[in-house]
Design a protein around this ligand. Sequence first.
Ligand SMILES: O=P(O)(O)O[C@H]1[C@H](O)[C@@H](OP(=O)(O)O)[C@H](OP(=O)(O)O)[C@@H](OP(=O)(O)O)[C@H]1O
Ligand SMILES: Nc1ncnc2c1ncn2[C@@H]1O[C@H](COP(=O)(O)OP(=O)(O)O)[C@@H](O)[C@H]1O
Ligand SMILES: [Mg+2]
Length: 343
Amino acid sequence: MYSSNRIAYWMSDKKLQKINWKEFEKICIKYNFEIFKLDLNKSLESQGPFNVFLHKLTDIIALENQGDPKSSHIIKAVECYISEHPSIIVIDPIPNVRRLLARYQCYSIIHATGLHKYGIFTPNFCEITSYDKEKTIQQLKDANVRYPFICKPLLGHGSKKAHEMCIIFNEKYLKDCRAPCVAQTFINHNAILYKIFVIGQQFYFVERPSLKNFYESDRKTICFASSDISRANSQSSLSVLDPEDISVQEIKPNPKILQKIAETLRLAFEMDLIGIDVVIENSTGKYGIVDVNAYPGYDGFPNLYDALLQCIISKVNNKNQITDCMISNDNPSNIVLNHLNNT
Ligand SMILES: O=P(O)(O)O[C@H]1[C@H](O)[C@@H](OP(=O)(O)O)[C@H](OP(=O)(O)O)[C@@H](OP(=O)(O)O)[C@H]1O
Ligand SMILES: Nc1ncnc2c1ncn2[C@@H]1O[C@H](COP(=O)(O)OP(=O)(O)O)[C@@H](O)[C@H]1O
Ligand SMILES: [Mg+2]
């Protein structure tokens, strides 16, 4: 049992408390898995061996990305250990998490999935690279980004700043774009957002508050912190619909379409633990994917830890099958080799 069923994990203490991790440890023990928290400040070799590494390293990866030497040292050590022990199942692989954190890259991956065939899209987006007004106008035009649009920081995690955004309504206030950033067309969706939580092949969705409808106008830029908008109990004034929008009929989400989004993005990002923010566009009824997160909160996911362990077990079994297959594939080639040697 020692090395074949040993799970190492790392998450911040804040996250561990929030998600009642003790519950997961109990389930692991019940199913004969040993589980322990990896100490990132100690030699990893001395804490091994283990065959599964489960983590939420997003903030450290984001800090590494911003040049923080301590974070960079930690992530390099983890990556080095993983590459020296290629049989470890990493949930989720660090290069894939890195790709997800960069918003522009993240939207490009969604855009390339072909989900538009099913009435699913990611709103038009582009990277704003400078404070040069003419250049910005051209970048918006080339990508067909319309007013109003949201400016989002390039990096989607790692600091409070990553979640500070603004809505720009007209050319006059383009100066408020905090370059470099991603600009994304604002989709009116009656202030309702759906969060899809994915754990391997299982998924679940919840409804959350979101931003009210906005239209192109000469109004000033609105700035907001995204954490004030779509948390379970958020009560922002930006989520209160204007009187003329109250009568817009709510479109109920089709679970089959949300399932299609969950399955497609899990494969596209090659990640098992993701959260996807989806809005349904008022005017078309189409499903817009506005954000994808690594290892989300899973608030409300039924039997969360059974689902998580099931995901781990199926990956361990898959890996064992592949290994068995490689061993048994060895035999025919050995026979051929022996045969050749004997002739
Ligand atoms: O960036 P957005 O789109 O808001 O997504 C967030 C982040 O993933 C948060 O993780 P973190 O705080 O680690 O960045 C997560 O909170 P936790 O993982 O801490 O619970 C939130 O889960 P919800 O709290 O379920 O919304 C999820 O909605
Ligand atoms: N293109 C969009 N159109 C309309 N609302 C959006 C759009 N993108 C984001 N939002 C709203 O802004 C919030 C924050 O944006 P998001 O990209 O999810 O940022 P974060 O990574 O900080 O969660 C979302 O929860 C949603 O309410
Ligand atoms: Mg979000």
